[in-house]
Design a binder for this molecule. Structure first.
Ligand SMILES: [Zn+2]
Ligand SMILES: [Zn+2]
Length: 506
C-alpha cells in the first residue's frame, strides 16, 4: 500500500504581520488557505507611485517573490507576459479565513477555474469591497477582464468572466475541511480544521474573544479542545508587540500632549466612553474607524442615536450598509444616518461625474452636501478618516472633538501616516481621544489557547514574536518560506536554532 504523506508549505506570514498563504498538499490534491498581500514585503520594492507594472501581468510580483512561484496557479492572461508556461492548476481550492487584504488580497491573480471558498459573510464583504474598488487587476475578485497581452484590442472589448466564490461547505475533496466561526475586527472571520491523510491541522486565521462576537471564539475553541491536533497554525499579532504599543503611546503623548488611558478591552466599554465624550459636548465630533469593521460602525451608530446626533457617512460606507443591511439591522435610509455627497472635480455635484456605484445613492432622502453639514456640525458625528481629512479645511470646525478608533501602527510607513494624521487633528485644535480595542487576542490569551488545545506542534504565523513563542513552548516549528513540512520528519525541525535567513526569502 502506498504510504500517504501530507505536507504544509508556508508562502507568507512568516515573522511578519499578514500576507498569510498556506499550501496544504496531499497525495491527490492541494489546497491553499488564505492568499493575502504581505504589505511588509511589498513595501520593500513598491510604493504609491512605484507600482508593479500592469503591462507585465503578474511578472513583477513573481520577480520579487510577493506571490508563490507556482505559475500554473495563475490566470493564463496574467502569466502570459512573464514567459512562464501556462496550464491547469492542481490546486483544488483556496479557502479564505476572513475579508482582510492581508488574507485575501491576491485572489485576483488566481485562475478563474480554481474555486474560492469562504464563509457567507466573508463572500458578501469581498463582493461589496469589489464594488467600491477603483478597478484594475488587483481588484478583480469576483468578475474579471482577460488581458489580451500582445494584441491591440481596446479594453472595452476585453473578454469578461467571473470567478466562483462558494461557501466552504460546498467543497468535497479527499482532504476534509471544516470551518469554525471566530470573533475578529471584521465580520465573517473563522478558522479551518483540515484533516489531511496523515495529519490534522488547525489554522486560526486572525482571532480575538473580547469583541461583540467574542462568544463565537469561545464556543469554537471549546469544541476544538476535544480534537486531536497534530499541527496548530496560530496567529500572534499581539505576542511580543510591546515596542509598537510603547511607540504609539509615546507618539500620542508627545504630539497631542495626552496621556493614554488604560487599554480598552471590550466594544461595550468603548461605546460607553465614546457616548460620554459626545454627550458632554455641543461641538462638532469627528470619528475615524476601519470602514469594514461593522461592529465599530454599529457602536458609533448607537452613540450618535443615543446622543441625539446623526451619523454622517461617506459613500463607500453607504455601499457596505446597502449590501449588508440585513446582517447589520440598519437600513441605508435610516433617519439616524446621513450620506455625505462630496463634490467632484471642479467642485461640481453633477451626477455624471460620480462613479456608477456612487450614483445609486445620490437620490436617497438622507443625502447631505457640504453646506448642510457645515451649518449643522453640532448635530452630527462625522466619519472623517485619513483620506477625507481635506474636508476639515472647508468645514473649519471650532472646538471640535476627534475620536480616533483605528488600528495601531505596525511599521515605519504606517507610523509616518499616523503621525501625519495626528498633525491634522492638532492643527485644527480638535480635542483628541484614542479609543480602540485590538482585533487580536492578547499574548496571554494566545498562550492560554495553545495550552488548552495542546497540539503536538505549533506553527506561529502573522507575528513578530517568534522568540516569545519559543521561550514559552518546546514544540514550535518555524518553517522557511516555501519549505515543505511533513509529519514524518517534523521532529528534526523542532526548536532548531534561529538563523537570520530563516525568516527571509532573500
Ligand atoms: Zn491579518
Ligand atoms: Zn484580520
Amino acid at each position: 500500500m502506498e504510504i500517504l504523506t501530507s505536507e504544509i508549505v508556508l508562502y507568507g506570514g512568516i515573522n511578519q504581520i499578514g500576507g498569510n498563504k498556506i499550501l496544504i498538499k496531499d497525495s491527490e490534491e492541494s489546497l491553499f488557505f488564505d492568499f493575502g498581500v504581505s504589505y511588509e514585503d511589498r513595501r520593500k520594492f513598491f510604493a504609491e507611485y512605484l507600482k508593479p507594472r500592469s503591462s507585465k501581468g503578474i511578472g513583477d510580483y513573481l520577480f520579487f517573490n510577493l506571490i508563490p512561484n507556482l505559475p500554473y496557479l495563475y490566470r493564463d492572461d496574467l502569466i502570459s507576459p512573464t514567459g512562464h508556461e501556462q496550464g491547469e492548476s492542481d490546486i483544488k481550492g483556496v479557502f479564505i479565513t476572513h475579508p482582510h487584504m492581508d488574507h485575501f488580497g491576491y485572489i485576483p491573480f488566481i485562475r478563474e477555474d480554481v474555486p474560492i471558498f469562504a464563509s457567507e459573510l466573508t463572500i458578501k464583504i469581498i463582493e461589496s469591497y469589489e464594488t467600491i474598488s477603483k478597478g484594475g487587476i488587483e481588484s478583480e475578485f469576483c468578475s474579471l477582464k482577460k488581458r489580451p497581452y500582445g494584441f491591440n484590442i481596446h479594453h472595452s472589448q476585453w473578454e469578461e468572466c467571473s470567478r466562483e466564490f462558494n461557501t466552504w461547505d460546498k467543497y468535497n475533496g479527499t482532504i476534509k475541511v471544516d470551518f469554525f466561526d471566530l470573533d475578529h475586527s471584521v465580520w465573517g472571520a473563522g478558522g479551518y480544521i483540515i484533516e489531511a491523510s496523515d495529519m490534522n491541522i488547525v489554522y486560526t486565521g486572525d482571532l480575538r474573544q473580547h469583541g461583540v462576537r467574542g462568544y463565537l471564539t469561545k464556543q469554537s475553541l471549546k469544541k476544538l479542545e476535544e480534537r486531536d491536533i497534530d499541527i496548530l497554525i496560530i496567529e500572534g499579532t499581539n505576542v511580543g508587540n510591546e515596542t509598537e504599543e510603547d511607540f504609539l503611546k509615546n507618539l500620542i503623548e508627545e504630539l497631542m500632549g495626552k496621556t493614554l488611558e488604560e487599554k480598552i478591552n471590550s466594544e461595550q466599554i468603548l461605546k460607553e466612553k465614546a457616548l460620554r465624550i459626545v454627550q458632554e459636548t455641543n461641538n462638532p465630533v469627528f470619528i475615524d474607524f476601519s470602514l469594514r469593521d461593522f461592529d465599530r460602525l454599529k457602536t458609533f451608530y448607537d452613540v450618535a442615536k443615543n446622543s441625539g446626533r446623526k451619523l454622517v457617512i461617506p459613500l463607500k460606507l453607504a455601499q457596505h450598509i446597502y449590501d449588508l443591511s440585513d446582517d447589520m439591522g440598519i437600513k441605508l435610509e435610516d433617519n439616524n444616518l446621513r450620506i455625505y455627497q462630496e463634490p467632484k472635480k471642479m467642485g461640481s455635484f453633477r451626477r455624471s461625474e460620480y462613479s456608477k456605484w456612487e450614483r445609486d445613492f445620490l437620490n436617497f432622502p438622507n443625502v447631505v452636501k457640504f453646506d448642510e453639514v457645515k451649518d449643522n456640525l453640532d448635530k452630527f458625528i462625522m466619519v472623517m478618516d485619513y483620506f477625507r481629512l481635506g474636508n476639515l479645511i472647508d468645514l473649519k470646525p471650532s472646538n471640535g472633538i476627534y475620536i480616533h478608533s483605528e488600528t495601531e501602527p505596525f511599521n515605519e510607513e504606517q507610523a509616518i501616516d499616523f503621525k501625519r494624521h495626528l498633525q491634522w487633528i492638532k492643527f485644527f485644535n480638535l480635542d483628541y481621544h484614542y479609543l480602540h480595542t485590538s482585533g487580536h487576542m492578547s499574548e496571554e490569551e494566545i498562550f492560554r489557547t495553545i495550552e488548552s488545545l495542546s497540539p503536538k506542534y505549533i506553527i506561529p504565523i502573522h507575528t513578530k514574536g517568534i522568540e516569545k513563542f519559543r521561550n514559552k513552548f518546546k514544540n514550535i516549528i518555524l518553517p522557511k518560506m516555501g519549505e515543505s513540512i511533513q509529519l514524518k520528519d517534523i521532529k528534526d525541525k523542532v526548536d532548531r536554532p534561529i538563523k537570520k535567513d530563516l525568516y527571509s526569502f532573500f
